[in-house]
Design a protein around this ligand. Structure first.
Ligand SMILES: NC(=O)c1ccc[n+]([C@@H]2O[C@H](COP(=O)([O-])OP(=O)(O)OC[C@H]3O[C@@H](n4cnc5c(N)ncnc54)[C@H](OP(=O)(O)O)[C@@H]3O)[C@@H](O)[C@H]2O)c1
Length: 293
């Protein structure tokens, strides 16, 4: 049986949908999810997916959630650093205790020890906990999510300035949906060539280029302005983000500015059979003005 944790989240839900699409029907007895609120996964239950209660902060729920699971797709969570690291450690310990045969861990492209990104440290810790656990595992390191662009650039279209502390750093964006497709493919593969997959787009672009492309497609003025991390973090907090999250995002953009998300690989195509969508294609999807008539 394959189990996906965090299946009520945006990435986790898409992983389940791709697993269903790629599996011969019926999936009953072969596909399960663990979620904190089972009632929110009623649509999956109605499609034959076994819905189990699993909260990384409540180990007792994990012991039963992971029972009988051969392949576990461990979708990482978010939160203040110490809590974030502790959750992943609990989940890995529970997987070991339950006798899970193989863990697929949803990591981040940048896990370097000298990275300034808080999230790099969190995912590095989880990868190292997995290595220490003795569990067979595959690490799926995600680039940044392309489908966050509308949230990032949408408000900026009002004043025409996309202000981020990303310097001249380039990123190779891929949507959650396509990353989920690669993860489903990895979990279903009879055997995998690699231990670590770097799931990235084919080309990395800086935010000046991204802003230009959005402006051209949306028909609205937009230019990129590289701002300081301090200014960005203050603006995020003013907009309502908790301090830990504003700081984590600030440090993530510092890692972008340092070129840590500019790396590209062919690992996505190796799993899925074709490369992910180009940046131009995704910007057309997200920013083409919709006709109101
Ligand atoms: N590469 C990137 O650009 C990028 C960007 C943002 C985030 N991320 C990482 O990717 C992960 C998934 O992203 P997303 O967009 O799907 O995030 P999301 O929609 O916010 O989902 C967060 C997931 O975390 C789970 N979660 C939170 N607390 C938990 C706990 N105590 N026990 C078990 N599960 C818990 C939630 O579980 P339920 O399903 O039970 O609600 C949910 O599925 C994030 O959590 C983060 O680590 C990466």
């Amino acid at each position: 049986m394959i189990l996906v944790s965090g299946a009520n989240g945006r990435l986790g839900r898409r992983i389940v949908q791709h697993l269903i699409a790629r599996s011969p029907a019926p999936v009953a007895g072969r596909l399960a999810v663990s979620v904190r609120e089972p009632a929110r996964a009623a649509d999956l239950a109605s499609r034959g997916v076994e819905v189990r209660h699993g909260d990384f902060e409540l180990p007792a729920t994990l012991a039963s959630a992971f029972t009988g699971v051969e392949r576990l797709i461990l979708t990482s969570t978010d939160g203040p650093r110490a809590q974030h690291i502790a959750r992943h450690r609990q989940a890995i310990a529970a997987a070991r205790g339950a006798g899970v045969q193989h863990v697929f861990y949803v990591s981040l492209l940048d896990v370097a020890a000298d990275s300034p990104a808080e999230y790099a440290a969190v995912h590095r810790e989880a990868e190292s906990a997995l290595a220490d656990s003795g569990l067979a595992h595959t690490v799926l390191r995600n680039t940044l999510y392309a489908d966050d662009l509308p949230q990032l650039a949408g408000p900026a279209l009002n004043d025409g300035i996309l202000a981020l502390p990303a310097g001249e750093g380039a990123v190779s964006l891929v949507s959650r949906d396509e990353l989920a497709q690669a993860m489903a493919a990895a979990a279903l593969a009879p055997r995998l060539e690699k231990h670590v997959y770097e799931l990235t787009g084919q080309v990395a672009s800086g935010f000046a280029t991204i802003a230009d492309k959005i402006a051209r497609v949306s028909g609205q003025a937009l230019r990129y302005s590289a701002i300081s991390e301090v200014k960005y973090v203050a603006a995020q907090q003013q907009a309502g983000l908790p301090a830990w999250q504003a700081n984590a995002l600030g440090s993530l953009f510092r890692a972008v500015a340092e070129g840590r998300f500019a790396r590209t690989s062919n690992d996505f195509a190796a799993l899925v059979g074709h490369p992910p969508k180009s940046l131009d294609c995704m910007i057309h999807e997200y920013f083409t003005p919709r006709s109101t008539s």
